[in-house]
Design a protein. Structure first.
Length: 252
């Protein structure tokens, strides 16, 4: 019922020629995939050239961030309308690196989620606890706050266009992946939160991705979990072979 979504977050990597080389390889090797939605998120400067290569393919384009205003005196920012103009259909929001390194709050992320939805784009809304929060038994409180504030004020129809990404901060870029069972516990909890806010039938339709050191050798176990509907991949999305294998995960 929930179509799997595999997204590659290229972070601050790859020049335009490097981005084109990677996306050409993905296009050639993933052209026949129709039962999985594949999304790539290059740096801003590579969005337009990558969009041109992706024309006519089923792979779609995401930005890694945006501002909540569409124009005005906001030096250095980029808006949802401009990202749509550049060919994006998705925008990653609230990534833990934005929260930790750039001080993004739940309230700010909520404004961004609404702005992205207003432009008809799909937010990939990231949440997740730090190691300290997990060890202090605060994981559920943190996820509850992030979900409640980050998705505040969304209508049911808007929520249907949101993709949630659960990314435990301790697993991002560290090589430490949550086990399938650990991830499933968190995903089921998040789906329960969505059910509380938007009702069970709607929560059952929302895709919840797992992110945090997803690799070719752990993707199958993660994707076998009932509430894991896809993955948000950082490091392994920079290598064509690894990302192709992840997008072609084995279904149980
Ligand atoms: C990410 O950037 O969202 C991520 C999960 O990174 P990595 O796969 O490298 O842990």
């Amino acid at each position: 019922m929930r179509k799997p979504l595999i997204a590659g977050n290229w972070k601050l990597h790859k020049t335009i020629p490097e981005a084109l080389e990677l996306v050409e390889a993905l296009k050639q090797n993933l052209a026949d995939i129709t039962d999985v939605e594949v999304v790539v998120a290059p740096v801003f400067t590579a969005l337009v050239p990558v969009a041109k290569v992706l024309e006519g393919s089923s792979i779609v384009l995401a930005a890694q961030n945006c501002y909540f205003e569409n124009n005005g005196a906001f030096t250095g920012e980029v808006s949802p309308a401009l990202l749509k103009d550049a060919g994006c259909s998705h925008v990653i929001l609230g990534h833990s690196e934005r929260r930790q390194l750039f001080g993004e709050t739940d309230e700010l992320i909520n404004r961004k989620v609404k702005a992205v939805l207003a432009e008809g784009l799909t937010p990939i809304f990231c949440i997740g606890e730090t190691l300290e929060e997990r060890e202090n038994d605060e994981m559920m409180d943190v996820l509850k706050r992030q979900v409640t504030v980050g998705l505040k004020g969304l209508s049911e129809s808007q929520m249907l266009n949101v993709v949630v990404a659960y990314e435990p901060v301790w697993a991002i870029g560290t090589g430490k992946t949550a086990t399938g069972e650990q991830a499933q516990v968190a995903h089921a909890f998040v789906r329960g939160l969505l059910a509380g806010l938007f009702g069970t039938p709607l929560a059952e339709q929302v895709r919840i991705l797992y992110g945090g050191s997803v690799k070719p050798d752990n993707v199958d176990g993660l994707m076998a979990q009932m509430d894991i509907d896809g993955t948000l991949v950082g490091g392994a999305s920079l290598k064509a072979g690894d990302f192709i294998r992840i997008a072609r995960f084995e279904k149980n």
